[in-house]
Design a protein. Structure first.
Lengths: 491, 487
């Protein structure tokens, strides 16, 4: 039995249930693959081979005893901004380089209960602030399709791990597109749930009103499985929604797929700045959806042009406050200085990278006396207008379809010194975070050998419908089955 | 030119909820070993989130209602951003634009330090009552700073008054009144010495008759009721001296040095913080149902003013006695239990005399709280009944009370055991009286010569001869009878 590491989660579930394979075999295969390719890909900040194998053994024992929890024995990767008890959680930052949380994030606890095996923590832009993993304090992850290119970000490590065969599935976080954009750039599925659908407890905050944890997987069914395993109300997160979690896999497969589905095509998402190869692939995907019975309807989201400014005012404001706790007093890096304030300055000076500092300064400025009304408050008001745009569109359509990102994965180093260009990489994804609704990116083609992502957007708690649309599209295509060629090198 | 002080107060009150404001840790912070009541949430660990403590909201709403405030249905928590080692998250979750309670007032009496009929009732308007979390506690030793996070996250209620206070005495009356109310409501111990209540004062002076406000000075570090009064008095004097010398008052934050009896500058306006308040994104707005607010209102205990008025009306007490009895809710309850036991048999005023007299004297002497007093209200009533019915006399009653205070035993037992019953039988006492007359020829002669007051000496002799047990009225009556018949 070879290439177990390339299985989808649902395939692996079937084989484990049938007794064709054990979790130890499966986990070992994935670990071997990771050890063979991760020196090039660099998806993981930390790999946990012994812990993972111990969990796999435990899973096999549980299965032998008759247990069959949903993710029993499935090896998964976790973005390094999500706390696993006893495992260093760096957030891609020097300031938390040695931080070991004494508690599990709620999603980790739920995955544990479901029987998942944790392979390790994946690379991220520092505190999830970036679109390429280049702002990780440790290293940049390579895009498995072209190691000279970025995997997207900030959940670039998770996306790269999934497509490179280094995890069956992974979790990322999406504040402005950080699950969907790397999914698109790496050719995997990435889902951002409705705000509040998944508990944020134990997710190290970037933008509290925007952050959501979402799965990165090899196909849509896997995304449905992983979402179902983490979604649901959590009393530790007051912003989590107290709404029952449907059986996403079943709902995804119920009905007639795309037949009769009203698919909105927001005209503002097809105007400028899209790479021709991306537009071609997305247009072709729209045509296929129409062929599959969808009714394409042009719609308008008139405030789209304000999404990036709104996002960078709100996300930075929240981040500037969320990151205030990293002061060297209780945990993490401390640079000792002769007095208290100097210790603060030196610790934060040494501990944060340039992008994080930039955002702290932007956010602090936007909240300052005399600027609050013009920036933060105005942004919140504009956010309401943006939400109304979406609410009006949901009266006409079931889902919306558009590119996930205007470009395919760019070269490492190409945008790192041009933050504005980097920010525009999220131009099609930030709106959903601002309005708190859900979206999924699925592979829809290639441009110059690099994957292109199709984004399907849905209303609040519309996960089932976007999964159904994505699944119907996926069933008619082969894009999601393509894998990059990576040289396995043992070190 | 005479100046008038314009004073506003911010009072922070630690709520005595079981758990902290946003996590499940015990809110018991005072006197606990450092950093034992902490968890990832109140230590501000990455990834943790706050969850609102409903009891703290209820306590704050209760206080707001007791202070005649309007309770807001739509409430928003906000982040107050600043750096300090005792502030784990780098921001304090507080309330800014939409506090829980607004626009109330507190009536204070300003007399001779004690509320009396002569005192003048004044209304101090309450601008807002809001809820926030406390910080940790820093201790400085030998060049190091130690932090105890037990207090971090303890629910803290902030009560902000309008600048309606005009003197140190009024400020003192205001804070003592506030403490009385939070104690009545059972929402806080109100102990300033333990930091459960902390005051800050805003003070400016203006010429009497002026409507303008002078430059405001903030005074902090007021750790006792006395320091509130002393610091304000000092600051009024300091600012008056400045103004009279033609010097300007600068806008500063002063700290009160209790030992030295002076205020010292802590921070000037230039160093003022920009707290960058914004709505706390981790907590959705808190919407209170009108029915819930009504239910809280219905559950409020009787407050001191209402209780005092009722005591005066129902029990015929004087304003002074009623005020003294209602000052502490537990004392008022003690008194009322006794009155209820007494029924129609004893005038409530008599009960009040015993409580405010003998009982208070003992309590003050031994610094005993009413809750630790061993004498049960029904036993106190039994004692009063024995005096009233002539079973024991006043000295015996005092002796009995003393034993009751020490042991908590019922008075009947003590009187029996010690043989304190008074001799009210004329036959039994007549012989003693005759003996006293025989033994004291000189005083008897003086009495007969018209020195009326010498009768008291003779009564004293009868008491002495009976070891205090004689009924003094009966003794006097028998003395007079026998002295007259001797003639
Ligand atoms: Zn705690």
């Amino acid at each position: 039995m070879t290439d177990l590491h390339q299985l989808t989660i649902h395939e692996a579930q079937d084989m484990l249930r049938r007794g064709d394979i054990s979790s130890v075999e499966l986990t070992q295969s994935v670990l071997d693959r990771a050890l063979a390719v991760d020196n090039d890909v660099r998806a993981y900040i930390c790999l946990l081979p012994e812990e993972a194998l111990a969990q796999a053994e435990a899973a096999d024992r549980r299965r032998a005893a008759g247990d069959d929890t949903p993710l029993l024995g499935i090896p998964l990767a976790i973005k390094d901004v999500i706390c696993i008890q006893g495992v260093t959680t760096t957030c891609g930052s020097r300031i938390l380089e040695n931080f070991v949380p004494p508690f599990d994030a709620t999603i980790v606890a739920r995955l544990r209960a479901a029987g998942a095996v944790f392979l390790g923590k994946t690379n991220t832009d520092e505190f999830a602030m970036g679109s390429s993993t280049e702002y990780s304090a440790f290293f940049t992850t390579g895009n498995p399709w072209d190691l000279e290119r970025v995997p997207g970000g900030s959940s670039g490590g998770s996306a790269a791990a999934v497509v490179a065969g280094e995890a069956l599935g992974a979790f990322g976080t999406d504040t402005g597109g950080s699950v969907r954009q790397p999914a698109a750039m790496c050719g995997v599925v990435g889902l951002k749930p409705t705000y509040g659908r998944v508990s944020r407890y134990g997710l190290v905050a970037h933008g509290s009103s925007l952050d959501q944890i979402g799965p990165l997987t090899r196909d849509v069914e896997d995304a449905a499985i992983l979402l179902g395993s983490i979604a649901g109300h959590d009393r530790m997160d007051s912003t989590s929604l107290n709404v029952a979690v449907p059986d996403y896999v079943r709902e995804m497969k119920t009905g007639d797929g795309l037949k009769g589905m009203r698919v909105g095509v927001p005209k503002e998402y097809f105007t400028e700045g899209i790479e021709p190869g991306v537009e071609t692939a997305v247009r072709a995907a729209l045509d296929l959806m129409a062929d599959l019975g969808a009714e394409l309807i042009e719609v308008s989201l008139p405030h789209t042009e304000y999404a990036i400014p709104i996002y960078y005012l709100i996300a930075t404001a929240e981040a500037s406050s969320n990151l205030a706790r990293y002061d060297g007093v209780r945990y993490g890096l401390r640079v000792d200085a002769p007095d208290m304030w100097q210790t603060y300055y030196d610790t934060r000076q040494a501990g944060f990278g340039p992008e994080v500092k930039r955002r702290i300064m932007l956010g602090t400025y936007g909240l300052s006396a005399g600027y609050y009304d013009a920036y933060y408050l105005k942004a919140q008001q504009a956010r309401t207008l943006l939400r109304r745009d979406f609410e009006r569109v949901w009266e006409q359509v079931d889902v919306m379809a558009c590119p996930t990102s205007p470009t395919t994965a760019f070269k490492i180093g190409q945008k790192v010194d041009d933050p504005l260009q980097m920010y525009l990489s999220d131009v099609f994804t930030v709106s959903l975070n601002l309005v708190g609704m859900c979206g999924i990116s699925i592979p829809c083609g290639f441009s110059d050998g690099m994957p292109v992502g199709l984004q399907l957007m849905g209303p609040a708690l519309g996960e089932s419908i976007i999964l159904r649309a994505a699944h119907a599209y996926e069933q008619a295509t082969e894009w999601h089955k393509r894998r990059p060629n990576l040289t396995e090198r043992m070190f | 030119m005479p100046y008038e002080p314009v004073i506003g107060m911010e009072v922070h009150v630690e709520l005595n909820t079981a758990s902290k404001m946003f996590c499940g840790c015990s809110a018991e912070a005072f006197g606990t070993p450092p950093n034992t009541h902490v968890c990832p949430v109140c230590l501000g660990m990455p990834g943790t989130l706050p969850v609102i403590n409903e009891q703290a909201v209820r306590y704050t709403v209760m206080t707001g209602l007791a202070l005649n405030c309007t309770v807001q249905e739509h409430n928003v928590f906000a982040r107050k951003n600043y750096f300090y080692p005792d502030l784990p998250k780098g921001y304090q979750i507080s309330q800014y634009e939409l506090p829980l309670c607004q626009d109330g007032y507190l009536t204070i009496d300003v007399g001779d330090g004690h509320p009396t009929e002569a005192g003048q009732a004044r209304r101090v308007r309450i601008r807002r009552v809001h809820l926030e979390e406390d910080t940790g506690k820093l201790t400085h030793v030998d060049g190091y700073s130690l932090i105890d996070f037990n207090r971090a996250g303890v629910p803290l209620m902030e009560i902000v008054s309008e600048a309606d206070i005009r003197s140190a005495e009024e400020a003192y009356a205001y804070v003592t009144r506030l403490r009385q109310i939070v104690r009545y409501l059972g929402v806080s111990s109100g102990d300033m010495e333990k930091g459960a209540m902390r005051c800050e004062v805003n003070l400016s002076l203006r010429p009497v008759g002026s409507d303008e406000f002078g430059t405001k000075v903030e005074v902090k570090n007021l750790n006792s009721f006395r320091s509130v009064r002393n610091a304000i008095a000092y600051e009024i004097e300091r600012q008056t001296r400045l103004l009279e010398a033609g010097k300007p008052v600068t806008q500063v934050t002063m700290g009160w040095d209790e030992a030295a009896g002076v205020t010292r500058e802590q921070r000037s306006k230039e160093e003022a913080h920009d707290y960058r308040y914004f709505p706390e994104p981790d907590l959705p707005p808190l919407n209170l149902e009108p029915a819930w607010i009504e239910a809280v209102k219905g559950s409020l205990p009787e407050l001191p003013d209402a209780k005092r008025d009722r005591f005066m009306a129902n029990y015929g007490l004087s304003r002074y006695d009623a005020d003294v009895l209602v000052e502490d809710r537990a004392v008022a309850d003690y008194f009322e239990r006794a009155v209820r036991v007494a029924g129609d048999t004893i005038n409530p005023k008599l009960v009040a005399n015993w409580v405010t007299g003998e009982l208070f004297r003992r309590m003050n002497e031994t610094a005993t709280a009413i809750t630790s007093v061993k004498i049960k209200p029904e036993d106190l009533v039994a004692l009063i009944r024995m005096v009233k019915g002539g079973t024991i006399n006043q000295p015996a009653a005092k002796e009995t009370f003393g034993v009751m205070w020490e042991t908590g035993r019922p008075p009947q037992e003590i009187v029996e055991e010690r043989g304190l019953k008074q001799i009210s039988d004329a036959g039994e006492l007549a012989g003693v009286v005759a003996q006293v007359i025989a033994d004291n020829p000189d005083p008897v002669a003086q009495f007969k010569a018209g020195k009326e007051t010498i009768i008291r000496f003779l009564i004293g002799q009868v008491m002495k001869a009976t070891r205090g047990k004689a009924n003094p009225q009966l003794a006097e009556q028998l003395l007079r009878e026998q002295l007259q018949s001797n003639e």
